[in-house]
Design a protein around this ligand. Structure first.
Ligand code: SF4
Length: 333
C-alpha cells in the first residue's frame, strides 16, 4: 500500500526545522513532500490569494501551500507560538494555519498543533505526541520518532552554526552529501559581511534575489544570523532599552548588535528586510541608530525586498556597498 503523504511548504519555518520534521514523519511511516524552490509562479499565486497587506514571506508561504495542497494527504502548518519560553514568533506565524484554512478552498487535512513553551516547558513534546495520535500512531512509536527528529535537528543546527547554509546542511544531514569547502578555507575571500535577516528571506534565493550567491561571487565571506552562537547572542540581552519579543527579530537584532560591538569580526552589515514586515520597521531603525551611535565604524545598509524586486537593482546596490566597504578597508591599512 502506498504511504500517505505529508506536505511541508518550503517557506518560513522550513529553513529551521525541516530536517527534524521530515525525520519525525518518516519514522512514523509517512512520505514527506515539499514544494519546489520559490519561483515567480509560486510568488504570483501567493500574491493572488493572500491578503494584500501581508508581508512578502507570508504571500510566498501561500504560494507554497498552493503548490502542495492537491498533491498530499496532510499539510503540516504548526502553530508555533514560543519555542524557547521567552520570546514569541511574529503574529503572522501564529495565525498561519487559520489563514490558509480560511483563505484556500479544498485543503487537505491541516495538521496544526500548537507549541507554546511559555505555557509549558514540555509543550513541544506534547504537541508531537498529539501529532502522532492524530495520525493514528501509538505513543511508543511517536516517542521514538520524536527522539530521531531531535537528534537530526541537533546535528543540523551544529552544521548551520559552523557556517553552512540550510541547503548545504540539509544535503549533509538528510542525504549524506559531503559538506562543500568553505570560502575562507579556499582562501578566496576579500571581505566579510554579515547578511542579517530572517532565514526565510536570506535563504530563499528567489526572494533574496540570490543575495548570498551574489556576495560570494564578489569574493565576500557571508555570515548570517544563524551562524552566530546563542552564547554570543545572549551577551547582547539587556543592551536594548526594552527586549524584543518576536523570536526571529530578537535573534537578528542581537546578531547585529554583536557585530556592531565587535567591529573587527565583519567589514559591514547588510539588513535584508521584507516589505510589509511590521517587526522590521522597528528592528531596522534600531540597527540604523546603533550604527550611527558607534560612529559608523561598521558600515550598515538596508536592503528592502518586495514582490517586484529586480535582479539588476539588487546587484547594483550590493556591488556599490561592497565597493564602498572595500575602499574603506584599504584606506584603513
Ligand atoms: S517577522 Fe515580518 S517578515 Fe516575518 S512573518 Fe512576521 S511580518 Fe512577515
Amino acid at each position: 500500500m502506498a504511504k500517505k503523504t505529508i506536505g511541508i511548504p518550503r517557506a518560513m519555518f522550513y529553513y529551521v526545522y525541516f530536517p527534524a520534521w521530515k525525520t519525525f514523519f518518516e519514522r512514523l511511516g509517512f512520505r514527506v513532500v515539499t514544494s519546489p524552490k520559490t519561483t515567480k509562479e509560486i510568488l504570483d499565486a501567493g500574491v493572488r490569494e493572500a491578503l494584500a497587506e501581508a508581508c512578502v514571506p507570508v504571500k510566498i508561504y501561500f504560494g507554497h501551500v498552493l503548490a502542495l495542497k492537491d498533491r498530499v494527504d496532510y499539510l503540516f502548518v504548526p502553530r508555533i507560538i514560543s519555542i524557547n519560553g521567552e520570546t514569541i514568533y511574529c503574529p503572522k506565524f501564529l495565525g498561519m494555519a487559520d489563514m490558509v484554512k480560511s483563505a484556500l478552498p479544498n485543503m487537505p487535512t491541516v495538521l496544526d498543533v500548537t507549541v507554546n513553551k511559555k505555557r509549558s516547558r514540555f509543550s513541544l513534546f506534547w504537541a508531537s505526541m498529539e501529532l502522532g495520535r492524530r495520525l493514528g500512531k501509538g505513543s511508543w512509536a511517536t516517542f521514538r520518532a520524536i527522539w530521531a527528529g531531535w537528534k537530526v535537528h541537533r546535528k543540523y543546527d551544529r552544521i548551520l552554526k559552523a557556517g553552512y547554509t540550510p541547503d548545504e546542511a540539509m544535503d549533509y544531514v538528510l542525504h549524506g552529501k559531503p559538506l562543500p569547502v568553505k570560502q575562507d578555507e579556499e582562501g578566496g575571500e576579500t571581505l566579510r559581511l554579515a547578511l542579517l535577516g530572517y532565514p526565510y528571506t536570506t535563504h530563499d534565493s528567489f526572494i533574496s534575489v540570490e543575495a548570498i550567491q551574489k556576495l560570494k561571487s564578489l569574493g565576500v565571506k557571508v555570515i548570517t544570523a544563524e551562524m552566530v552562537s546563542p552564547r554570543l547572542l545572549k551577551r547582547q540581552a539587556g543592551k536594548l532599552v526594552k527586549g524584543i519579543f518576536w523570536t526571529f527579530s530578537d535573534i537578528t537584532s542581537k546578531a547585529a548588535f554583536h557585530f556592531f560591538e565587535n567591529a573587527g569580526e565583519v567589514d559591514g552589515i547588510m539588513h535584508l528586510t521584507a516589505f510589509g514586515c511590521g517587526p522590521d520597521f522597528m528592528v531596522d531603525k534600531l540597527m540604523e541608530i546603533e550604527a550611527k551611535k558607534r560612529g559608523g565604524k561598521v558600515p550598515f545598509m538596508t536592503l528592502m525586498i518586495d514582490e517586484h524586486t529586480g535582479e539588476a537593482g539588487m546587484l547594483t546596490r550590493i556591488e556599490a556597498f561592497c565597493e564602498m566597504v572595500r575602499r574603506r578597508k584599504e584606506a584603513a591599512v
